[in-house]
Design a protein around this ligand. Structure first.
Ligand code: FAD
Length: 445
């Protein structure tokens, strides 16, 4: 028999997804006195920040760091008692162009970037300075990043610097990406990058602990298969049985929500079940020595490489945290239909390792102690210029069902910070809806 809300006086709230958005919202719900159940398909919490162990520390399957502007997630880290673990090194970011590595971390680096002529460098520096101080991205709405960059920075700058980066992140959509998205990438970035020493998983594990201590249920390894709403309650069919809630918050990608939710009106689907999403692919190498000589992040702007970035995590966090191993990510964003997602790991590895000679001519496969391949669907929204017109509101047409996910983040690139911010906001909306009052903060229901 499905459990019903009537067994307890407190309102029951279900949360689908145990990533940062679902866990943060669940925290706000238990703090307000609700009965909460988080339903997560995987065996661990963390979502896209899911981690595994390397040399005694947790390591993310996909590279992760924070910017200084990521205030909401910093507040959450402090709230759960991990502020002391959050460190802010200033690692080296560079670009590989024409077979050479160039630092590209500061205005001085920009002025020294010799693949561009001096006038292009000055235009580039001036435009970056403008985007840093421009607070109103609405001024840039309706323009593509490609057009804006060509117009203001120059076509040479687009060709050498931003065109390859946009193509590596958005493939065939590179020319259609919204300028406000590019604005946010420049405006909100900091050269100091934040990391929870020992791995972001510590934040997720702590959130799960706090939730359990406050009486929330976290059902791992439980896949949601259908969502139905009626008679003032929401029914969730899962791989482990059916649950019934007073309210439901869904944090899975919009496209998946559209497949799970029954009875959505056609015009809602037509408005919001749109657009494309890329998957993420990551090869992680545990090496017995350093690959990049001090560089943390290397954007690959030369054609012909099988990966878009080489990220040596242990040029950011000390190798000692990983038992002396040097950890390198080779990353890609690609359409989910790309053959790379189907290829055997051994074949992928051979091709990727072969290309590392072009990054460091001394590289030898004997440096590789262990390797891993990870893939995630729905990892990167494709933020074209009309993207913002097709972001669904949090309240869905199904009574009692709310949708909040990283595909509703705009214009910023998705990130843990924006999921935390959205979770705080939508939790307030859900709680307001329960009490029917204009609450301004999440106190007791
Ligand atoms: C390559 C890469 C690099 C990134 N770099 C950074 C970075 O440097 N800094 C940063 O802050 N962010 C970064 N991000 C973004 C960050 O990972 C996301 O913004 C954040 O993890 C989103 O959290 P979420 O809870 O909104 O979604 P998710 O983490 O996607 O959580 C959704 C959850 O729903 C679960 N789920 C899905 N379907 C079902 C179902 N049917 N039933 C039950 N459960 C289901 C999933 O398993 C998942 O756990 C990066 C992402 C990628 C892919």
């Amino acid at each position: 028999m499905p459990e019903t809300a009537s067994a307890d006086e407190r309102p029951s709230i279900g949360v689908i997804g145990g990533g940062i958005l679902g866990l943060t919202a669940a925290l706000r719900f238990v703090q307000a006195g609700a009965r909460v159940q988080v339903i997560e398909r995987e065996e661990r919490v963390g979502g896209l920040v899911t981690s595994f162990e390397v040399g005694g520390s947790h390591l993310e399957r996909f590279y992760h760091h924070l910017f200084r502007s990521d205030r909401d997630v910093q507040a959450l880290i402090a709230e759960v008692g991990l502020a002391d673990a959050l460190v802010w090194p200033r690692p080296d970011t560079s670009v590989l162009y024409g077979g050479q590595i160039y630092g590209l971390d500061s205005p001085l680096d920009v002025l020294r970037f010799t693949p561009l002529g001096i006038l292009d460098r000055i235009r580039l520096a001036a435009c970056l300075a403008y985007l840093k101080i421009e607070n109103n991205y609405h001024r840039l709405e309706g323009q593509t990043a490609a057009d804006w960059i060509r117009r203001w920075m120059g076509s040479g700058v687009y060709q050498v610097l931003w065109g390859p980066l946009l193509r590596s992140k958005f493939g065939a959509y590179a020319e259609q990406i919204a300028m406000p998205w590019f604005w946010s990438r420049v405006h909100l970035r900091s050269s100091r990058l934040g990391y929870v020493r020992g791995g972001f998983y510590r934040l997720y594990a702590r959130l799960a602990e706090v939730l359990a201590a406050q009486g929330a249920r976290i059902s791992l390894g439980t896949e949601v298969r259908a969502i139905r709403s009626g008679d003032g309650q929401v029914e969730v069919e899962t791989s482990q049985g059916t649950e019934v809630f007073d309210r439901l918050l869904v944090t899975v990608p919009t496209r998946l929500f559209m497949r799970l939710a029954e009875g959505l009106p056609d015009d809602y689907r037509a408005d919001y079940d749109r657009g494309d999403f890329y998957g993420a692919h990551s090869v992680i190498l545990e090496l017995n020595r350093s690959l990049l000589n001090g560089i943390y992040w290397l954007n690959v702007n030369d054609p012909g490489f099988p990966f878009l970035a080489v990220v040596e995590h242990t040029n950011y966090m000390p190798a000692a945290d990983y038992d002396g191993l040097h950890v390198v990510y080779l990353g890609n964003y690609l359409p989910m239909s790309d053959p790379l997602f189907q290829e055997a790991d051994a074949i992928v590895l051979e091709r990727f390792l072969g290309a590392l000679k072009w990054v460091n001519p001394e590289f030898d496969t004997s440096w590789v102690v262990k390797s891993h391949v990870f893939k995630a669907p729905y990892a990167q929204p494709i933020v074209t210029i009309d993207y913002h017109r097709h972001i669904p509101p949090h309240q869905t047409p199904l009574p009692g069902v709310y949708l909040a996910n990283m595909f509703q983040v705009y214009p910023q690139d998705r990130g843990q910070n924006y999921s935390v911010r959205m979770a705080n906001q939508v939790a307030k909306d859900v709680l307001d809806g329960l009490t029917g009052t204009d609450r301004t903060s999440a106190g007791s229901i």
